[in-house]
Design a binder for this molecule. Structure first.
Ligand code: ATP
Ligand code: MG
Length: 323
């Protein structure tokens, strides 16, 4: 297993006390696998990604659990060691490509610097590899683009370059947090193909975070569904999308007019998203769930294997199986 996150909880402390935003998150990614995380805004997807890289900031406390990366607990290593892993062993692509690029440095130089930092090569060789990296993300005039500044390029081009930067080491794991949200639909599809291609070519594992079930269905072998900082369902993408077991996953899919259309954003489902400051005693989805009973409101369901390799945290799901 390349990445094994076990029972990780995260709390943020602010002026008004502390809020638990992740609750006992466990997930794993094997070599070459593409894992997707889907869920509404505020469900804890980005916090999950940032907790792996230890980029949560000073007001965050990661309690319990472990995050094993190639067997090393990322929560235990020194700051220097985690810094050395970022970019080299774990590449990152975030939603807004501009923030990842240095605004006043030419593209070629930015890439060459990253390559020099992560591989033992000369300056000249690094520049050659930078041009090759641009070719690998299907940039047609790599020499020309290498001589440009980020502001001279379109959003789609910039996101390709961010991916080239993230893949430059190349890393064992790529974490992509909403990598296509800011882009228009045709560019979105190209970027997704690119991620798939790089995953194929280098056997890089990918953790992809999205609002978009279309992205999940196109790219991911396995999918996790998050709600209120917890994983409520996980399984093969096919299993989760074709045979959802959790009422939240069902609601998300029902709200989707056409799963085959990758342009479909996640629709809102009825009810308000959970207030993390007031976690209910029972199931966190009970307040919005159409089949929840009294037991659901007072008892917390654990994630259980309802079908082989298909897990759900729902009392009703279990019951269905047992009846
Ligand atoms: N630095 C922070 N300090 C305090 N609270 C935070 C911080 N970062 C995130 N949160 C809170 O943690 C919760 C989960 O946020 P997160 O960014 O992981 O959601 P998300 O699922 O990525 O949502 P989106 O789809 O909108 O990106 C939210 O309630 C958010 O307000
Ligand atoms: Mg997010």
């Amino acid at each position: 297993m390349l990445l094994e996150m076990k029972d990780v909880s995260v709390e943020f402390t602010g002026m008004r006390g502390s809020v638990q935003v992740l609750k006992n998150i466990s997930l794993n990614i094997s070599k070459g696998e593409i894992l997707g995380i889907v869920g509404e805004s505020g469900s804890g997807k980005s916090v999950t990604a940032l907790s792996i890289l230890r980029l949560l900031g000073n007001n965050a406390k990661t309690s319990n659990g472990e995050i094993l990366f190639n067997g090393t607990d990322l929560l235990k290593i020194r700051t220097k060691e985690i810094q050395a892993l970022r970019g080299k062993k774990i590449g990152m692509v975030f939603q807004e490509p501009m923030t990842a690029l240095h605004p006043t440095m030419k593209i070629g130089r930015q890439l060459a610097e990253v390559i020099e930092r992560h591989r033992a090569v000369s300056k000249k060789a690094a520049f050659r590899l930078a041009v090759q990296a641009l070719k690998d993300v299907h940039i047609h005039d790599p020499e020309l683009v290498a001589a440009k500044y980020p502001f001279e390029l379109s959003g789609g081009m910039r996101q390709r370059i961010v991916i080239a930067l993230a893949m430059a080491a190349p890393p064992d794991l790529l974490i992509a947090d909403e990598p296509t949200t800011a882009l228009d639909v045709t560019i979105q599809a190209e970027i997704l193909n690119l991620i798939k291609e790089l995953n194929n070519k280098n056997d890089t594992s990918v953790l992809i975070i999205t609002h978009d079930m279309g992205v999940i269905s196109q790219l991911c072998q396995r999918t996790l569904v998050m709600y209120g900082g917890e994983i409520v369902e996980s399984g093969s993408t096919n299993g989760v999308l074709k045979n959802p077991k959790h009422p939240y996953t069902k609601a998300l899919l029902n709200a989707l007019p056409d799963l085959a259309d990758p342009a479909q954003p996640l629709q809102a489902i009825p009810g308000e998203i959970m207030d993390l400051r007031h976690r209910p005693n029972g199931c966190s989805f009970a307040a919005r769930c159409s089949i929840a009973g009294e037991y659901c409101r007072t008892h917390q369901p654990a994630l259980v294997e309802i079908l082989p390799q298909h897990y759900t945290a729902c009392w009703k799901g279990e019951k269905e199986q047992n009846d």
